[in-house]
Design a protein around this ligand. Structure first.
Ligand SMILES: [Zn+2]
Length: 247
């Protein structure tokens, strides 16, 4: 383990790198379930596997996007082939800036869903500014060499409420405040477009964020449907011709 409090280093590598040629097979380190398998920025392709029996997840970066690989949700056994290492121009590198073929291998306490998708605590982090062990990252070779799983699994670090949910709260608030403002304006002016658009916008945002793995997207969907219902109510009110004044 790096002693983060002795070495004044600002960027930490939260994993170990294994240099092997492109096309080298990559195997699951333990039984588990693939929690992510997809393109991921500087990794080219990234795979993570949850191992609930040890409360760990393992992370395999710089995988080949063009070769065969397992999909998210697949159950794996220890030693199962999961993918192959990528070429220098598809593993997060490009023809102009190639990345030497290697496996970026990380192990962390907890399950991928315990961590956010952004920020220092993000589940797919490769380089971080904070001390890796404070964020639950373990040294892979030490974990594998020890073969000893603590009773109840590895204890994961506490993630602060705002660290975990801050981004989703911000997104949900922005869309809700924006849509409600538009709806109020639409009701006051009896503006047909602004009666229906805010609800449709929030429902569409909820679907997009849901597909991007945002858990708070369910809240956004419910809010969107409520706003749409109010909008439709006033839309119908407006469409009904006012009764003639017969007096
Ligand atoms: Zn690395």
């Amino acid at each position: 383990m790096v002693d983060c409090y002795v070495y004044p280093v600002r960027q930490f590598h939260a994993a170990e790198d294994y240099k092997r040629p492109a096309g080298t097979p990559v195997y699951a380190m333990a039984d588990g379930r693939i929690s992510f398998s997809g393109p991921a920025g500087g990794y080219g392709w990234l795979i993570t596997i949850d191992h609930p029996q040890a409360n760990l997840y393992s992370l395999y970066g710089h995988i080949s996007p063009s070769r065969w690989k397992l999909e998210t949700g697949t159950e794996v056994k220890r030693g199962d082939l999961i993918a192959y290492l990528g070429d220098s121009d598809e593993n997060g590198g490009s023809e102009e800036a190639p990345v030497e073929p290697h496996l970026h291998f990380g192990i962390r306490a907890g399950q991928t869903a315990d961590y956010p998708a952004r920020g220092e605590w993000r589940y797919m982090a490769g380089w971080i500014r904070l001390c890796p062990q404070d964020l639950g990252w373990l040294q892979p070779s030490v974990v594998i060499a020890s073969q000893e799983i603590p009773a109840g699994g590895y204890p994961q670090p506490k993630v602060g409420f705002l660290t975990r949910w801050g981004f989703e709260l911000l997104i949900t608030s922005i869309y809700t405040v924006g849509a409600v403002s538009m709806l109020i304006y639409g009701v006051r002016k009896m503006h047909r477009f602004l009666l229906l658009f805010p609800g449709i916008l929030v429902v569409a945002a909820g679907i997009v964020f849901h597909n991007n793995g945002m858990i708070g997207s369910y809240t956004l969907l419910v809010i969107g449907i409520l706003i749409l219902a109010v909008g439709i109510y006033y839309f119908i009110q407006r469409s009904i011709p006012k009764p003639l004044n017969r007096s």
